[in-house]
Design a protein around this ligand. Structure first.
Ligand code: PEP
Ligand code: MN
Length: 339
C-alpha cells in the first residue's frame, strides 16, 4: 500500500502515520517529494486495510499497489531521485561521469588515469579492487590494497570512488574506503548481498544482471530500498543475446523503460555493454541521447597491458575526446527530458 500525504501535511502528521504503520508490524518508507510526501508500506503478506489510514490527520489518500514494486515506482515519488555523493550528484541536471580502469592494478596506474579523469571534469572515479572474473586463474583484483589506492585517489583529486563489493565482507571494506558501492551484474540476484546493501549508508550502483528482465532488475533495486537505503542508481550494462559482434547487447531501450516506471536515476555502461574499444564512444553518445543520467566508462593508460577488460578500455586520449561530445548531447536533450 501507498499512503499519500496532503501537500500541507506536517512532519508530525507524517511521523504519526509512520508510528501507526510500525505498530502494525509493517515497515514505513516515507519519501519526501517536491509536492508531497508519500509513504510506501512493506512487510505485509496480503492486503492492508486502506480505510484505517484514510482518516488519519494529514493523509490525502491510501492506495492499494497492484504492481510488484512499491518503492522504486513513480507512484510513490513522481519526481526523479537525485543521489547526492558529497558535493556531486547523480540524477541531477549534470551528466554524471564515472570513469576509470576496470581494475586497480597499481598506484601508478590508478593515478595516471585519475589525473585525466579529474582534468576532464568528471566527479567520479571507478576501479575494481574485487573482480568477479570468469576464470579463477585470472587477475582477481588487489583487494584491500586496491581500496587503499582508491582512497588515496579521492584524497589527491577529490574524485568520488565507485567500486564493487562482491560479498558482505567486501561491502564493509568498500564502506570504509569508497563513496558508492557497485553491485555487479553477476550479483544482481544475490539477495543476501542486496539486503546488506540496503543497510549500507552509501549509495548503491546496481548493475543489470546478464540475463535480467526489467522487472527482475527493478525488484533487485526494491530489495535494497526495502531495507531502508533509498539511494540506488540503476546501471544498464548490456545483456547476453545471440549476437556475436559484441560482448553484450547494450539495451538502449532500457533507459526510457526505466524512466517510465521509476524515479531512480539510471546510468549506462557502454564498456561492458559492447566489450569493444571502437564501439564505446558511439554507444556512449547513444546512451546520453536516450536520456541516461550518467556514464560509467572504462579507461586505461595502457589498454594493451590491462589485467582485465583491456579490449574495451578507452585510451586516455579517446576518453578526453568523448567527454565534450557527450556533454554537448546531454545539453541538447536535457530540456526535453526534464519537461
Ligand atoms: C565492472 O564494472 O568491471 C564489471 C565487472 O561489471 P559487470 O558487473 O557489469 O560485468
Ligand atoms: Mn570491467
Amino acid at each position: 500500500m501507498l499512503i499519500v500525504m496532503k501537500a500541507d501535511a506536517t512532519e508530525r502528521e507524517v511521523e504519526n502515520v509512520v508510528r501507526i504503520v510500525t505498530e502494525l508490524g509493517l515497515r514505513a518508507h516515507p519519501l519526501p517529494g517536491a509536492q508531497r510526501t508519500a509513504i510506501g508500506i512493506t512487510g505485509n503478506h496480503g492486503a492492508v486495510d486502506a480505510t484505517r489510514f484514510e482518516t488519519l490527520p494529514g493523509v490525502a489518500e491510501a492506495l492499494r499497489v497492484s504492481k510488484p514494486y512499491k518503492l522504486i515506482t513513480l507512484d510513490l515519488k513522481p519526481e526523479k531521485t537525485i543521489i547526492r555523493v558529497g558535493d556531486a550528484t547523480i540524477g541531477g541536471d549534470e551528466l554524471a561521469l564515472i570513469a576509470g580502469p576496470c581494475a586497480i592494478e597499481s598506484r601508478a596506474q590508478a593515478f595516471a588515469i585519475a589525473e585525466i579523469v579529474r582534468r576532464s571534469g568528471a566527479r567520479f572515479f571507478r576501479g575494481g579492487a574485487f573482480k568477479p572474473r570468469t576464470s579463477p586463474y585470472a587477475f582477481q583484483g588487489l583487494g584491500e590494497e586496491g581500496l587503499r589506492i582508491l582512497a588515496d585517489v579521492r584524497e589527491a583529486y577529490g574524485l568520488k570512488i565507485v567500486t564493487e563489493a562482491m560479498d558482505e565482507h567486501g561491502l564493509d571494506l568498500v564502506e570504509k574506503y569508497g563513496d558508492v558501492v557497485q553491485i555487479g551484474a553477476r550479483n544482481m540476484q544475490n539477495y543476501s548481498l542486496l539486503r546488506c546493501a540496503g543497510r549500507s549508508r552509501l549509495p548503491i550502483l546496481l548493475k543489470r544482471g546478464l540475463s535480467a528482465t526489467l522487472d527482475e532488475w527493478l525488484l533487485a533495486a526494491e530489495y535494497i530500498m526495502a531495507e531502508g537505503n533509498y539511494n540506488v542508481i540503476l546501471c544498464e550494462r548490456g545483456i547476453r543475446t545471440f549476437a556475436q559482434h559484441t560482448r553484450n547487447t547494450l539495451d538502449l531501450a532500457a533507459i526510457p523503460a526505466v524512466r517510465r516506471v521509476s524515479h531512480l536515476p539510471v546510468v549506462m555502461d557502454p564498456s561492458h555493454g559492447t566489450g569493444k574499444n571502437y564501439m564505446v564512444t558511439p554507444l556512449a553518445r547513444a546512451g546520453v541521447a536516450v536520456g541516461c543520467d550518467g556514464l560509467i566508462i572504462e579507461v586505461h593508460d595502457q589498454p594493451e597491458r590491462a589485467l582485465s577488460d583491456g579490449a574495451q578500455a578507452l585510451t586516455l586520449e579517446q576518453y578526453e575526446q568523448l567527454v565534450p561530445e557527450v556533454r554537448a548531447i546531454h545539453e541538447v536533450i536535457t530540456p526535453a527530458h526534464v519537461a
